[in-house]
Ligand binder design. Structure first.
Ligand code: FAD
Length: 290
């Protein structure tokens, strides 16, 4: 089922992102996580994809495993940097034959572990080329990524929004944001997007902070601001990981409550394949979920 049809039907709800596990054991653990999270009745579950040939097969295996063992509506992330039309066609046909009918269409980042990677050799330059390509199938639901604080390579917020509008206009049904920790960036983005004529649902990507050092590195890479008071509070708890996690998850609850109180209807959680990263948050916003 296309996710947009679910969003059109359901007034509110949550979704989860998983990444493809690296071993059989980790796959079994993910299955347990999936079962733990199934009681929150997610709108859909998505599985990330490695750019440039790193984890594509594992993404597919993970989706097919979830397809056979759960009744989640599934979405595959799919990056096009370095890909050929032929390889994309093969994968999309495979997905179609297995009933994986939702794709998060991404450009992706150049892979760090592929030496002398040359993005210009690929047949897709931007995510919008992939959206256009997938749209031709007239089969898949299509989502795209958006960046409330601007994509790290963009010269300006205006240019980024201009390109975002172009890829949405190619046929995206809905969008998911990059993680953000200050809701004002999200509200501002929604306002700017609306003024630009973007009317598809834009789901906030929520990253519960459980390890501030890791999140700081990731946030720096993807141009995400961590509010100074939160960074200071969590950094002071570095030597006490349990307390840091507790405080990080409490911040996540407050962030979600603010979104809900401001009329946000859907929340997309980056789980990092750990149910205890999200369950303590979900249990505190239970009224919203149930
Ligand atoms: P695009 O929309 O193509 O944009 C890339 C850059 O090009 C931007 O700076 C944009 O402003 C600029 N641009 C776009 N069009 C033009 C144009 N016509 N002319 C000039 N500049 C242009 N990565 C993975 O590898 N695997 C994943 O599973 C994954 N999942 C993600 C999920 C979400 C929700 C998000 C937010 C990101 C995810 N990413 C993932 C990261 C993503 O691949 C990177 O952020 C990547 O750098 C950009 O991808 P995009 O699809 O947004 O690119």
């Amino acid at each position: 089922m296309k996710i947009i049809d679910i969003l059109n039907k359901k007034e509110k709800g949550i979704s989860f992102e998983f990444f493809p596990p690296k071993s059989e054991d980790a796959m079994m653990q993910l299955l347990e996580v999936a079962h733990d999270l199934s009681r929150y009745n997610p709108l859909y579950v998505s599985v990330t994809y490695g750019a440039g040939g790193t984890t594509q097969d594992r993404t597919k295996d993970t989706l097919f495993m979830l397809r056979s063992k759960t009744d989640f509506t599934l979405m595959s992330h799919l990056t096009c940097i370095g890909a050929t039309r032929e390889s994309m066609e093969e994968l999309l046909n495979d997905y179609k034959s297995q009933g994986i009918d939702n794709i998060l269409a991404l450009r992706g980042d150049p892979p760090k572990d592929v030496k002398d990677f040359d993005p210009s050799r690929g047949e897709f330059k931007y995510a919008r080329d992939l959206v256009r390509f997938i749209k031709r199938y007239d089969y898949f639901g299509i989502a795209v990524a958006v960046y409330p604080e601007g994509h790290q390579e963009s010269p300006s917020l205006e240019a980024d929004l201009e390109y975002t509008k172009m890829k949405i206009d190619e046929g995206a049904d809905f969008a998911i944001t990059q993680m953000f920790f200050d809701n004002r960036y999200y509200y501002d983005f929604l306002e700017r997007a609306q003024k630009k004529g973007i009317s598809i649902p834009i789901l906030p990507g929520i990253m519960p902070i459980t390890d501030i050092a890791k999140i700081k590195r990731f946030a720096q890479f993807c141009n995400t601001t961590i509010p100074e008071n939160i960074e200071n509070k969590l950094t002071k708890l570095q030597d006490s990981p349990d307390d840091m996690k507790k405080a990080g998850l409490q911040y996540c609850v407050e962030q979600c409550e603010d979104l809900i109180n401001n009329g946000v209807r859907y929340l997309h959680f980056y789980t990092l394949n750990k149910s205890d990263n999200v369950i303590p948050v979900l249990d505190q916003i239970e009224e919203f979920i149930l």
